[in-house]
Design a protein around this ligand. Structure first.
Ligand code: ATP
Ligand code: MG
Length: 284
C-alpha cells in the first residue's frame, strides 16, 4: 500500500513542484514504485516531466477528481520506469467550482487514489499555492505532508494558516495525518540571511526539519524546460546530490517507522545529533 505524501505550502514559488518531481524521481531511482499527482491547475509538474497537454487532455487528474474516469486511466509513463504521473492542466480550476455542491467533496481525491494505492510504494501530490478545496482534498487523501520552505525573510509567514488548515483536516476528516517534515529549499550558503532564517526554522521545528537542505542550483531551474528530473538532466549537480540525499533520508525515516511496527519512531532521531546535522549541512 502506497504511502501518500502531500507537498504543500500555500506560498507560491517555494519549491513544491521542484521538490515533488525530483524527490519522486529519486525515489524511483531507488526502485520505489512512485506516482506523482499533479494537483495544480498550472500543470508545472506535468510539463516538468515532459508531458504535453495534447497527450493527456482527455484523461487527467481533473477527470479523476470529478469522477468521470478511474485514476488508473489518467496515469502516464515518464522516462523513468518506476515513475508515473497523473497530470493536470487548467481545467482543474473548474473542479474546485464543480465540486462545491457535491457530497463528500473533500474526499474525491482520496477515493480516486484508493483504486491505485496498492500499485505504488509512494504517491506524492504536488499541491497548488492555495489552501482551497484541492489542497484540502490532498491533505485528506494523505498519510503525511511535506512543507518546502524557502530560506527567505518571510519564509514562516502564512505557516500559521497552513497549520490551522491541517488542524481542521485532522479534526474533521483525516485524524491520522502526520507531518513528514519541513524541507529547506533554494538555500544559498553565502547569504547570511539564509543561514539565520534556516536556524530560526530549525529552532522552531526541531527534528521535523529534514537534515537535507536543498541548495539554490541553476541546474534545478533549467531541467523542467527539458522535461527531465535533475537525475536525468545532470546527475553530478549539487541539486541532484541534494534530492538523492533527501530520498535516502525519507526512506530511512520511514524504514525505522515501519520497523517499530507502527510505534512512532521519529525519536530514533536524537534531537541533538539532528540539530548538528542540519547545521552541518547549512555550512557545507
Ligand atoms: P507554485 O507555488 O507556483 O506552484 P512552487 O512552490 O511549485 O511554485 P517551484 O515551481 O518548484 O515552486 O519553484 C519556483 C521557481 O524556482 C521555479 O522557476 C524553479 O525552477 C525554481 N527553483 C526551485 N527550486 C530551486 C533551486 N533549489 N534552485 C534554483 N531554482 C529553483
Ligand atoms: Mg508548483
Amino acid at each position: 500500500m502506497a504511502k501518500v505524501i502531500a507537498v504543500v505550502n500555500q506560498k507560491g514559488g517555494v519549491g513544491k513542484t521542484t521538490s515533488t518531481i525530483n524527490l519522486g524521481a529519486c525515489l524511483a531511482v531507488a526502485e520505489k514504485r512512485t506516482l506523482i499527482i499533479d494537483l495544480d491547475p498550472q500543470g508545472n509538474g506535468s510539463a516538468g516531466l515532459g508531458l504535453s497537454p495534447e497527450i493527456f487532455s482527455g484523461a487527467n487528474i481533473y477527470h479523476a477528481v470529478i469522477g468521470a474516469t478511474p485514476l488508473s486511466n489518467a496515469i502516464y509513463d515518464t522516462e523513468l520506469s518506476n515513475l508515473k504521473i497523473c497530470p493536470s492542466d487548467n481545467n482543474l480550476i473548474g473542479a474546485e467550482i464543480e465540486l462545491v455542491s457535491e457530497f463528500a467533496r473533500e474526499s474525491k481525491l482520496k477515493s480516486a487514489i484508493s483504486e491505485v494505492a496498492d500499485r505504488f510504494d509512494y504517491i506524492l501530490i504536488d499541491c497548488p499555492p492555495s489552501l482551497g478545496l484541492l489542497t484540502v482534498n490532498a491533505l485528506n487523501a494523505s498519510d503525511s505532508f511535506l512543507v518546502p520552505l524557502q530560506t527567505e525573510y518571510f519564509a514562516m509567514e502564512g505557516l500559521a494558516q497552513l497549520v490551522n488548515t491541517v488542524k481542521l483536516v485532522r479534526s474533521s476528516l483525516n485524524t491520522s495525518l502526520q507531518m513528514e517534515g519541513i524541507l529547506l529549499t533554494m538555500f544559498d550558503k553565502r547569504a547570511n540571511l539564509h543561514k539565520q532564517v534556516a536556524l530560526e526554522i530549525q529552532k522552531h521545528f526541531g527534528e521535523k526539519v529534514f537534515k537535507t537542505v536543498i541548495p539554490r542550483n541553476v541546474k534545478l531551474s533549467e531541467c523542467p524546460s527539458f522535461g527531465k528530473p535533475i537525475v536525468l538532466y545532470d546527475i553530478e549537480s549539487k541539486g541532484s546530490e541534494a534530492y538523492l540525499q533527501l530520498a535516502k533520508e525519507l526512506l530511512l525515516r520511514n524504514r525505522s517507522h515501519q520497523n517499530d511496527s507502527g510505534v512512532a519512531s521519529r525519536n530514533t532521531y536524537q534531537q541533538s545529533t539532528h540539530h548538528e546535522a542540519v547545521e552541518n549541512n547549512l555550512h557545507a
